[in-house]
Design a protein around this ligand. Sequence first.
Ligand code: AMP
Length: 271
Amino acid sequence: MKTVRTVADLRAKLSGNVHFVPTMGSLHEGHASLIRMAAAGGGTTVMSLFVNPTQFNDQKDLDAYPRDEDADSRIAESAGCDIFFAPGAQDVYPDGFATSIHLSGMAEKWEGAHRPGHFDGVATVVAKLFNFIGPCTAYFGEKDWQQCRVVERMVIDLNLPVDLRFGPTVREPDGLAMSSRNELLSPEARYAAPALYKNITEAGTSFREGMPVTLAERRAHHGLLADGFDKVDYVAIVNALTLEPIEEGEDARLIAAATIGGVRLIDNLPV
Ligand code: AMP
């Protein structure tokens, strides 16, 4: 595996079919599973490591974001990465940077509503990374369900030459979705955190068995508070692709965001 830090160096090393996994580092098995999917595609597997400041709507959250490039590099290499692209902030955001991509509609709901500017930051950096790399197959995790849908919308709307693939959420044995943010949980909060998966799983089952949407959502919301979460931003059963209110017979997804011990966690399930 080669580590590269500039766009010029990256482009000089790309050849054949390119498979690309964008990340913000602090790699875990969820990221590794995407790198393995990418490497299985043959050709050149590129992973980017860039903690993108513009997608953090809270400076404290950005400062606290875990960083360990050496550990990331080892995980990436053992998962089959060929090129580890870790640009500096100046390479991504040159002085005077003034351009931003804004998606309206679905991107303004849920995560977009609770983290103003978040998806503008995601869309802008992902579009830039795609431009650095050129035509490729790019891999995203279903853990960030709305992000998958936002990137998909952008690729269609801007005719980006990128084929998207989505990998399933990788979980800890107790059900907690793997996330770089899990490292920030206190031992007590880590112990209680699997209640997110438990409550949305129960709500999903109740919904499938005929419970009305709002009741299933409300039950998970109250369950989370009873199980130690401090704040629930949303628990919603929505159309899986548009993230609009679900209609009879449509593919549904349960999406949720809640905070425990000061750490905000998200999760989702097909229902
Ligand atoms: P991040 O470094 O958090 O920006 O994530 C980089 C990529 O890894 C994104 O496409 C995420 O959706 C994906 N990812 C993060 N956590 C998981 C997980 N537990 N399972 C599968 N993919 C994940």
